[in-house]
Design a protein around this ligand. Structure first.
Ligand SMILES: [Zn+2]
Length: 290
């Protein structure tokens, strides 16, 4: 524990308490927040699971799972975590971490190999099977998200589940045995029939629905004509920087990548620099300095 947590030792911890996928937040109409309390019992709630998950702005944070029938205390509401995306980045990251720890506990109560009930494991975020010794850590699913560029054009596509009119860069999950470079080549070729080159790392963003880690890359178009896989893609095209369709929200890594690309091609160097800095600052914690 660092200096910050010691300084904050007198303040009651923050509780990220979930009923199913819904987070208990303060219903104060203003900025988003979770309740502070020495224990959940102080809020009149009972946890079926709780675990400390780090600090937020100097306050200790706990993740907790509530029973499915629990009603919200006075002045609080349950909200789907997705609806809080973009409200406050650090808050969302901590809530996403709490959600994944709660979900890990809920889905690893029994050993997947022999069926015995699991017990706490050798480290904080480990569960162990007392019968066969299998250890279960929280599951993470890495996914590659790739901006493909061709001159001043960017490759954007629509999945059937996107909001109407919205286009984004391509993304796909890493499969067992694959390097991330292989995932990128395979996904882009499968989805739109294009080959890419000069793949370089951009930055990353956790996405807790349920447990993705989005790894962002920029790649150059190498060869091939657009050929859409209708099972995954509804439409795709090359869009010039000056004529882009509706894009994902500003808090997404997809949008940060597109904004940086646009900034690099902007004719006004001052504007370009400012918007690139803005896009990068949104990923300040998770992008290597360049
Ligand atoms: Zn077992």
């Amino acid at each position: 524990m660092g200096t910050i947590s010691r300084l904050a030792g007198t303040e009651a911890p923050l509780w990220f308490a979930f009923r199913g996928d819904q987070l208990l937040i303060l219903d104060n109409g203003g900025s988003v927040g979770v309740p502070r309390a020495a224990s959940l019992e102080d809020l009149g709630l009972e946890a079926t699971f709780q675990r400390e998950v780090g600090n937020l702005d100097g306050s200790r944070c706990w993740a907790a799972e509530l029973g499915s029938g629990v009603e919200e205390p006075e002045g609080m509401v349950f909200r789907d975590l997705r609806s809080l995306w973009g409200v406050d980045e650090n808050f969302f990251l901590k809530a996403g971490r709490a959600k994944q720890i709660v979900e890990w506990n809920r889905t690893h109560r029994f050993c997947g190999r022999c069926g015995a009930e699991t017990v706490p494991g050798p480290t904080e975020f480990a569960k162990e099977c007392p019968r066969c010794g299998m250890i279960f850590y929280p599951r993470l699913s890495p996914a590659a998200i790739v901006l493909v560029r061709r001159g001043d054009e960017v490759l954007l596509a629509r999945s059937p589940g996107f909001p109407p009119g919205m286009y984004s860069v391509l993304a796909g999950f890493v499969e067992p045995g694959e390097s991330i470079e292989e995932t990128i080549s395979r996904e882009i070729y499968e989805e739109v029939g294009v080959e890419v080159a000069n793949v370089r790392y951009f930055g990353s963003q956790p996405w807790p629905f349920p447990n993705s880690l989005m790894l962002g890359f920029i790649a150059d178009y190498a060869s091939g004509e657009l050929r859409i896989d209708p099972a995954e893609i509804e439409d795709a095209g090359w869009y010039p920087v000056g004529d882009l369709p509706t894009l994902p929200p500003r808090v997404s890594i997809a949008r940060a990548m597109i904004d940086v690309f646009v900034a690099e091609h902007n004719r006004h160097p001052e504007v370009s620099k400012a918007s690139e800095q803005d896009a990068l600052s949104r990923l300040r914690m998770r992008r290597p300095s360049s």
